[in-house]
Design a binder for this molecule. Structure first.
Ligand code: ADP
Length: 213
């Protein structure tokens, strides 16, 4: 858990509220948080959803596992502590995107429940956040693909390496995955096409007033 290091810092609220920004931009921000095992389909579904939303003119941006580790989180590894910090930073960044009026799509294994819950809390309790107003929607989407299916897909050969003992602390093999207890949406890719998963996500966004259908 990270601590506040700096002292003598003061929050500057700015001149407009979140509601004023969203109304002027005709946008509603939120974070859609995809979680699930490696190769469960998070990136595939989030990318297809992003493509659909952008083609409709919805301001949307995808934050993706490995990509973030090339930049913002390049100094973090896969220990429990580093995984927690990885997710905390992504939660904070997604929250800023959402606050700006963007639909932030995050696709990270995010295996630990408490790390995801912290990100939810960051969003839902952000009343005095960057521009005031109430909290923001945090929509947890569990991409529920059985490990046997993920392992058969193994697009990056990571399960094979983990089984061979060449990769330590791999989620689902020798590191736990804690499934969400109350996700807003559960996708079952072994019996849903990518398109069907996208439609389920769009339905959820519409039900929460983020987009119109
Ligand atoms: P993750 O981001 O969870 O690690 P990826 O999206 O990178 O997973 O990989 C999932 C793999 O499973 C891709 O190769 C994708 O084409 C494949 N796949 C097959 N069927 C589906 C489906 N119904 N939904 C999502 N992905 C699927």
């Amino acid at each position: 858990m990270s601590v506040q290091k700096a002292t003598n810092i003061h929050w500057h609220a700015g001149n407009i509220t979140r509601e004023e920004r969203w109304a002027a931009l005709k946008a509603r921000g939120c974070t859609m948080w995809f979680t699930g095992l490696s190769a469960s389909g998070k990136s595939t579904i989030a990318s297809a959803l992003e493509q659909h939303l952008v083609s409709r003119g919805v301001h949307c941006y995808r934050l993706d596992g490995d990509n973030i580790r090339f930049g913002l989180n390049k100094n973090l590894g896969f220990s429990a502590e580093d995984r927690a910090e990885n997710i905390r930073r992504i939660g904070e960044v997604a929250k800023l995107f959402a606050d700006s009026g963007c639909v932030a799509l995050t696709s990270f294994i995010s295996p630990y429940r408490k790390d995801r819950d912290l990100c939810r809390e960051l969003h839902e309790k952000d009343k005095a956040g960057a521009s005031g107003g109430g909290g923001m929607p945090f929509l947890e989407v569990f991409v529920d693909t059985p490990i046997e299916v993920c392992e058969l897909r193994d697009p990056k050969g990571l399960y094979k390496k983990a089984r061979a003992g060449e990769l330590k602390g791999f989620t689902g093999i020798d590191d736990p995955y804690e499934a969400p207890l109350k996700p807003e949406l559960v996708l079952k890719p072994e019996r849903m096409s990518v398109e069907e998963s996208v439609v389920a996500c769009l339905d959820l966004l519409a039900a929460r007033g983020v987009i119109t259908r």
